[in-house]
Design a protein around this ligand. Structure first.
Ligand SMILES: Cc1cc2nc3c(=O)[nH]c(=O)nc-3n(C[C@H](O)[C@H](O)[C@H](O)COP(=O)(O)O)c2cc1C
Length: 473
């Protein structure tokens, strides 16, 4: 029996929290003014995208004690932006990245339940677990959370939030004018939650929202992060956008679902992807080369180099070879607030790999950084890009992509105007929204309130019993 053709899911990541956003391009606009968000959201909705996605950094990154101004810094608050966008869009899902280390479940649950109400069921929460003490300095509790506890807290945070979302069944408000009775149940929203991280009790004060709870995304890549996603998330925002890496990640995470009694289609895999379009493949390749040079100026190359070398290299010539001196193996002091820093692992070993690559390909420092930080997933004519996206989805390397344009806010326009129609012609992408809520767009079954004392029939539970709802099959 031949496999049914998969429908592609597309989302739009608002650019602006790293150097891949080309703010210096004449076409680039503000990443702070509301008009930019409106343009971007409306373009995504015109393209019938599943959702708009906001990443979030809770502290401005620093390098050598200064704000790292080669990143685009200073994005306004996630909930405020998404709530405002709810008013200027009708169908587009609205996904916000909110950290489980530095926030409180009651507050976050209130905010997401409110966003789900205001948007008519379009809210999604990307649960991230960044824990670093540098970011923690902004918060009352500081950087108290050791790295190895980040998912223990995330699991109980999410479970607590689900208890709050589920504390209203949805039928409590009757507002009967004749009898003057407003609430059927005089005590809706009651909850008590006690564990090592949270000790809270009371009444949740936002009635059940259209989706029951926001759609849950997860973005961590460690084994524990994957397990967390398999246990309770609806979708993963992954780094693995190529065929081989994508298929390996996809198979690995989907395999984990059975452990939690969940089916393969209850967790979508959506890698981040960038794109460069041209009238022809050759033209796109030329533009892509220029974009890479815009993204990695000589100055940016030095900053990347310093992150690995853990030294001040401000005097280094970016157009010359890599530094002869070895990286400083001591505690990392140069760049702060950047998760990628810890991904370098053994700094000397990585530096030696970079040296070998630079020598083999005869690359200057800047050319090498351009090569190793290259993140251009799709390059080509609209037809080439449409085929590449469809091939990856049909080959189970993903269920779709979260597209990250390099220009704010117009970087999505060309994709929506030229690639989306080709995907629609092939019958692999919707021509109209068929449902109302984000769960509808993602093909996830609606949730119904759990009867008290039962567990979630979807099997989706971040850490044991007490979920808000079960999926209707
Ligand atoms: C594709 C991707 C996007 C992420 N986006 C954010 C973000 O916007 N904000 C944030 O604080 N962390 C972000 N993270 C960090 C992770 O959510 C997670 O907190 C961190 O990687 C530690 O978990 P891990 O060890 O499982 O990877 C992202 C991670 C990935 C893989």
């Amino acid at each position: 029996m031949s496999r049914p053709i998969k429908q592609i899911h597309l989302a739009a990541h608002f650019p602006g929290v790293n150097n891949t956003t080309v703010w210096s391009d004449p076409a680039a606009g503000s990443h702070i003014e509301f008009g930019s968000f409106v343009h971007f959201a409306r373009t995504a909705e015109r393209g019938k995208f599943d959702f708009l996605f906001l990443a979030e950094g809770l502290r401005l990154r620093e390098q050598n004690g200064l704000i790292h101004d080669l990143d685009v810094v200073g994005r306004p608050d996630t909930f405020t932006v998404l709530a405002a966008l709810a008013a200027v869009t009708d169908r587009l899902g609205l996904a916000g990245t909110i950290n489980s280390t530095f926030n409180e479940p009651y507050e976050v649950a209130r905010q997401f339940a409110s966003l789900d109400h205001l948007s008519g069921g379009r809210a999604a929460w990307n649960v991230v677990t960044s824990w670093d003490a540098f970011t923690g300095e902004n918060f009352r509790r500081g950087g108290f959370l050791p790295e190895e506890q980040r998912y223990a807290r995330a699991r109980t945070f999410l479970r607590t939030a689900w208890e709050l979302f589920g504390s209203w069944r949805g039928d409590e408000i009757i507002a009967d004018r004749e009898t003057g009775v407003f609430l059927r149940d005089p005590h809706p929203g009651r909850f008590t939650h006690r564990d090592a991280h949270f000790d809270i009790a009371g009444q949740f004060n936002v009635p059940r929202s259209p989706q029951g709870r926001p759609v849950i995304f997860q973005a961590g890549d460690s084994d524990e992060g994957r397990e967390f996603a398999a246990s309770g998330a609806d979708a993963i925002f992954s780094r693995h956008g190529t065929l081989e890496a994508g298929q390996a990640f996809y198979a690995d995470v989907k395999r984990r679902l059975a452990r939690y009694g969940r089916a393969r289609d209850q967790l979508l895999i959506l890698p981040a992807a960038t794109f460069v379009l041209g009238d022809t493949d050759a033209e796109a390749a030329e533009i892509a080369y220029e974009v890479r040079r815009q993204q990695v100026s000589g100055q940016t190359a030095i900053q990347f180099l310093e992150q690995l070398w853990n030294r001040d290299l401000s005097g280094h010539n970016p157009d010359g070879p890599l530094p002869a001196v070895d990286p400083d193996p001591g505690e990392h002091t140069v760049a702060r607030g950047r998760a990628s820093v810890r991904m370098f692992g053994d700094r000397l070993a990585t530096a030696n790999q970079w040296r070998q690559l630079a020598e083999a390909k005869n690359l200057s420092t800047r050319e090498l950084i351009i090569e190793i930080t290259g993140r251009q997933t799709f390059i080509g004519s609209p037809a080439t890009v449409a085929s590449a996206i469809n091939d990856l989805v049909q080959a189970d390397a993903s269920d779709g992509f979260i597209l990250v344009p390099h220009i704010t806010p117009g970087g999505l326009d060309g994709f929506v105007d030229t690639v989306v129609p080709l995907l629609q012609e092939r019958g692999v992408f919707r021509t109209e929204y068929e449902g109302i809520t984000l769960r509808d767009h993602l093909g996830l079954a609606p949730l119904v309130p759990a009867v008290s004392g039962t567990s979630d029939a979807s099997g989706a539970s971040p850490a044991g019993p007490g979920p808000a709802a079960r999926a209707v099959s």
